[in-house]
Write a protein that binds this ligand. Structure first.
Ligand SMILES: [Zn+2]
Length: 142
């Protein structure tokens, strides 16, 4: 589970619940919002119940504490990822905008050229007709 990393990296806060795994005696630190929840031990993986500290009532928490904690952790991770993605996206958008501008320029150039080419074709066609007429005329003269 992802909680392992958080438990090991985070320094112990006054609100944290510190207890030992009943299976392997590994010292565990969890956020108070996980009180009463079943979590896997970060050491042995056994599903253990987080003790509820004295004076704390599960009902004090406005919603399922496990769900809330998971959501908070997930939201935090997503924010970090979203920030990185947004930064990359920002760079990508600048890159793409430049590329689109390049494409537009190239397209305009091609369009201008094709118009010129169309004119050239028309001129050439007209010229061929004139030449054909001239040839016909000379044929008649023969
Ligand atoms: Zn354990």
């Amino acid at each position: 589970m992802d909680e392992k990393d958080d438990i090991q990296d985070v320094e112990i806060m006054p609100t944290d619940i510190v207890f030992d795994c009943p299976n392997c005696n590994h010292n565990l630190v969890v956020d108070y919002r996980a009180a009463g929840l079943q979590v896997p031990c970060s050491q042995c993986g056994t599903i253990i119940q987080v003790p509820i500290p004295d004076g704390m009532h599960i009902e004090d928490l406005d919603c399922d504490p496990g769900e809330l904690l998971q959501q908070l952790l997930q939201t935090r991770r997503m924010l970090v990822k979203a920030e990185a993605a947004a930064q990359q996206l920002g760079e990508k958008i600048v890159e793409m905008t430049q590329q689109v501008a390049e494409y537009r320029k190239a397209l305009l150039a091609v369009k201008a050229r094709s118009e010129t080419m169309q004119e050239a074709f028309d001129l050439a066609a007209a010229a061929r007709q004139d030449i054909a007429k001239l040839i016909d005329a000379t044929e008649v003269l023969k």
